[in-house]
Design a protein around this ligand. Structure first.
Ligand code: SAM
Length: 262
């Protein structure tokens, strides 16, 4: 999407977005006041992950990247510097901290991530509790190997990496694990693939499961995918934070779609 359109869209989001004062849903009010607007309590692992992110951001080492197309618009050649991969793919500190707080507050035990890249978001979520079992899928073997090195450096042993194309391995992981408290969709940002993965994951959720979609405003296709998802009959409260969208399925909640400032 053109830079001008992104700025225009973001301004429109910012003006429409609500703050806690205009939220009447108790579930969403609690989310905003206890999770979204809270500061993350100092965590040893997060300090280590951010130190590692700094090191990766200055790494000139090149690795062979298998380009999955949509959503990886920077990956024109197959050799890329690690610093470039981290700069263009990893969730920022602000969002990665939010994922940590969500996993911590809602006491997730099983998380699935589509799109490991260098492992930054996986490591944040897995750091919320040693009881969490996090499964993360990455299609590019060299990137997955780098993520494995990073996970080892941080000393996390609750992350299970799966290497393969989502189109092939997602169903295997879902069938084997049966249920997830949270699924983070952060790869292959095309309309059709996003809707396909969303529908594929639906049979593996519980009443309290969260889905988190990255880049819901990244392209016209992703906006259409988000619009499809929030209208789906199984979906209850949704929260649009512009860069990510959060989906819930709690039957006790009324169907409402929130745009919230973050
Ligand atoms: C945006 S990055 C993930 C960033 C990571 N979650 C983080 O915040 O640190 C998306 C990753 O998904 C991978 N990917 C994209 N499409 C894929 C597909 N169809 N199958 C497997 N992996 C894919 C890419 O190789 C890339 O590493």
């Amino acid at each position: 999407m053109k830079r001008f359109t992104i700025i225009k869209d973001y301004i429109s989001y910012y003006l429409k977005a609500k703050t806690k004062h205009a939220i009447h849903s108790p579930f969403v009010f609690e989310f905003v006041t206890k999770v979204l607007n809270k500061k993350t309590v100092v965590n040893e692992n997060i300090l280590k992950i951010e130190k590692l992110r700094k090191e990766l951001l200055s790494s000139v080492k090149e690795i062979n990247v298998k380009d999955f197309g949509v959503g990886s618009s920077f990956a024109k050649s197959s050799m890329r510097e690690v610093s470039n991969i981290v700069r263009t793919s990893a969730k920022s500190k602000k969002y990665a901290n939010l994922f940590f707080r969500i996993a911590d507050y809602y006491k997730f035990l099983k998380i699935l991530e589509l799109g490991t890249s260098t492992g930054i978001s996986s490591m944040y979520m897995a750091s919320a509790s040693p009881e969490i079992k996090l499964f993360t899928i990455e299609g590019c073997p060299e990137i997955a190997a780098l993520a494995a090195e990073n996970i080892k450096k941080i000393g996390l042993n609750n992350i299970n990496q799966i290497i393969g194309n989502f189109d092939d391995v997602l169903i295997q992981v879902l069938d084997k694990e049966k249920y997830f408290d949270c699924i983070f969709f952060d790869g292959n940002h095309s309309k059709d693939a996003t809707i396909r993965y969303f529908e594929q994951c639906l049979p593996y959720i519980g009443n309290n499961t969260f889905f988190i979609f990255d880049d819901i405003n990244w392209s016209e296709g992703m906006k259409e995918a988000w619009s499809y998802i929030i209208k789906h009959p199984s979906v209850k409260v949704t929260i649009d934070l512009y860069f990510i969208g959060i989906v819930t399925f709690r039957k006790e909640l009324s169907k409402e779609d929130f745009i919230i400032r973050f």
